[in-house]
Write a protein that binds this ligand. Structure first.
Ligand SMILES: [Fe+2]
Length: 493
C-alpha cells in the first residue's frame, strides 16, 4: 500500500503456525500484523481493527470455521483480501471461498513465501482498486460540481444529480426526495432509471421505513433486497439488488434523501462506491440549498423593487399606468433588437424604477396642475441623479442604473443629467427615452389630457436623430405598424 500501512489478521488455532506466518508477513514494511487463535478472538479483532488482509485457517476448533471469519470480514469491509489455509482441502471448501470472493487458497504444508507473495499481490490489487475508486469518485464529483455550478434552477440541479447517480455511481435507478413544506414529510422531486419491482418503487418513492429512518437520523442506510421484507416478493423473481439511502445534509440539517438502487449484493459494493454516493449526496445538498437561497434572494430583490416602485406611485398618481406602459414598450423594442432573456429580465424589473428619483422632488412640483417654471424644471431634472443615488449602493439594483440615470439624455447631446451624445448614451437610456416620451404624449397629465397616438408618432419621427436614437425610433414605429403594442387603445394605420 502506498503512504499508509495496511492491517493483516492471521487466524489459526495452532500458535506455531501463527508465529511463523506473522514473522514472515512481518517482513513486509507496510503491513501491521494482528493474530488470533480462535473464532471469537478473530471476530473481536475484526470489530476493533480495519482488516485489509485476512489469512485464516479453515478449521479453528470447536466447530468454528475460517469461512465464517472471512464472511464476517467481508461484511465489515467488502474490500478485504481473504486468503484461506487448510490441512484438509475439499471441493466444497474451495467453492465456499470462491463464493465469498476469496483471493487465494493454500494447503498445509505451505510455502511461507508463497503465502507472503499472495498477500503482496492482494495488497497491490487493493491499492489499485482504491486508486481507481478514488479517481472515479473525483471524476464523478467534479462533473457534478461543474454541472450544478452552471445553474441555480432547482429542477435542473435535481435532474443533474439523478443523472450523475445513474452514470457515475452505477445506479440502476435513483430518486431525490425533499422535505415538504411541513418539514415532516418527504416529496418526490426527481426519479429516473429502471425499476424492477414493487420493492424498488416503494423505496424510490420513499414510502418505507428506511427513508423515514434516514430522515430522522441523518445517517446513510444500506440494505439488500433480502432485508427488504415489507413486500411479499418471491425470492428469485427479481435480481438481487442493494438499496442505498443517503441523507442530503445542508448545514447539519437533513433537507432530503438521495435513494439509489443498484444491482448486486452489499458484499459487492466497495467502501469507495458507498463513499462516492455520500459525496454526491453532499454536493447535491449544497447545490439544492444554494438554489433555495438564490430563490429567496431573488424574491427579496423583486420585493425591494416592488416597494420602491410603490413608493413612487404613492407620490405621483400619473406614474402608475405610465410605468407599466413604458415597460411594455421598452420590452417590445429590446426584444425586436434581439436582447437575450437575462437582459430582458433586467429591463422588465429596472424600467419600473426609472423615475424612482421623483421621490426627492417636492409634491408641489411633481403634481403641479400647470406648466413648471424654470426653477421647478431645474428641480424636476434632478430626478435621474437622485434616483441613481438611491440605488447605487445596492449591488443587485446595479442593472437599474442606466435606465434611471440616462432616460432623459438626448441623441444630440442636449439632454440631462450628463449631456451624453449618440451611442455614448447607454442603450438602456436610449430605448427608455423613446418609450417614455411616446407614452408621456399619449397620457393624461395633471395639467392636460393625453394626445392621440398619431401625434406621438409624429413627434418621434420629427425628433429621430436629434432627441432620439433613429434606429430605436425605427424599431418602435415598426412595432406600431405591426400592431405589436397591443396595450395601446388603438394603433395608427
Ligand atoms: Fe424621468
Amino acid at each position: 500500500m502506498t503512504g499508509t500501512c495496511a492491517n493483516a489478521l492471521v487466524v489459526d488455532d495452532d500458535p506455531e503456525i501463527i508465529q511463523v506466518l506473522a514473522e514472515c508477513l512481518g517482513q513486509e514494511d507496510d503491513l501491521n500484523i494482528y493474530t488470533a487463535t480462535s473464532a471469537i478472538e478473530a471476530t473481536n479483532m475484526l470489530s476493533a481493527h480495519r482488516v485489509d488482509v485476512l489469512v485464516a485457517d479453515l478449521y479453528l476448533g470447536e466447530g468454528s470455521s475460517g469461512v465464517d471469519i472471512i464472511r464476517r470480514a467481508k461484511e465489515l469491509n467488502p474490500e478485504t483480501v481473504s486468503i484461506m489455509i487448510t490441512g484438509y482441502p475439499t471441493l466444497e471448501t474451495a467453492v465456499s471461498l470462491l463464493k465469498l470472493g476469496g483471493f487465494d487458497f493454500f494447503v498445509k504444508p505451505f510455502e511461507l513465501n508463497a503465502v507472503r507473495g499472495a498477500v503482496r499481490r492482494g495488497l497491490d490489487r487493493l491499492r489499485l482498486t482504491r486508486e481507481n475508486m478514488r479517481l472515479r469518485e473525483q471524476v464523478a464529483i467534479s462533473r457534478l460540481m461543474q454541472a450544478v455550478g452552471s445553474t441555480v434552477e432547482l429542477d435542473e440541479i435535481l435532474e443533474m444529480v439523478i443523472g450523475t447517480a445513474l452514470r457515475e455511481l452505477s445506479a440502476d435507478a435513483a430518486s431525490i426526495l425533499l422535505k415538504d413544506e411541513t418539514g415532516n414529510g418527504l416529496e418526490l422531486r426527481g426519479l429516473d432509471g429502471r425499476v424492477a419491482d414493487q420493492n424498488d418503487a416503494e423505496f424510490l418513492y420513499g414510502r418505507d421505513d428506511l427513508s423515514r429512518t434516514v430522515l430522522l437520523t441523518g445517517s446513510p442506510k444500506i440494505l439488500d433486497r433480502g432485508q427488504f421484507d415489507m413486500f411479499e416478493n418471491s425470492p428469485g423473481e427479481s435480481p438481487s439488488c442493494v438499496y442505498i439511502s443517503q441523507p442530503l445534509l445542508a448545514k447539519g440539517a437533513v433537507i432530503g434523501i438521495l435513494n439509489l438502487v443498484r444491482q448486486g449484493q452489499i458484499a459487492d459494493l466497495t467502501e469507495g462506491a458507498f463513499r462516492s454516493a455520500g459525496l454526491v449526496a453532499g454536493q447535491a445538498a449544497v447545490a439544492i440549498e444554494n438554489a433555495r437561497l438564490y430563490k429567496n434572494l431573488h424574491s427579496a430583490y423583486l420585493d425591494t423593487i416592488a416597494s420602491l416602485a410603490n413608493a413612487i406611485e404613492i407620490r405621483d398618481s400619473y406614474t402608475r399606468g405610465h410605468t407599466d406602459r413604458v415597460r411594455l414598450a421598452a420590452e417590445a423594442i429590446a426584444t425586436k433588437l434581439g436582447w437575450d432573456s437575462d437582459r430582458l429580465f433586467d429591463l422588465w424589473m429596472c424600467c419600473t424604477l426609472h423615475d424612482v428619483g421623483k421621490i426627492g422632488v417636492p409634491d408641489r412640483i411633481l403634481n403641479k396642475p400647470g406648466k413648471l417654471t424654470d426653477e421647478e424644471f431645474r428641480i424636476m431634472r434632478t430626478h435621474p441623479v437622485i434616483g441613481a443615488k438611491i440605488v447605487e449602493d445596492v449591488p443587485f439594483l446595479g442593472p437599474a442604473l442606466p435606465y434611471i440615470l440616462y432616460h432623459h439624455e438626448r441623441w444630440d447631446g442636449a439632454g440631462y443629467p450628463e449631456g451624453l451624445k449618440g451611442e455614448d448614451i447607454p442603450i438602456e437610456g436610449r430605448i427608455l427615452s423613446v418609450a417614455d416620451t411616446f407614452d408621456a404624449i399619449i397620457s393624461d397629465r395633471p395639467y392636460r389630457k393625453g394626445g392621440p397616438i398619431e401625434r406621438a408618432v409624429d413627434e418621434l419621427k420629427l425628433h429621430a436623430g436629434t432627441q432620439f436614437d433613429p434606429e430605436i425610433v425605427e424599431a418602435f414605429l415598426e412595432l406600431l405598424s405591426e400592431h405589436n403594442l397591443t396595450w395601446l387603445p388603438s394603433n395608427p394605420e
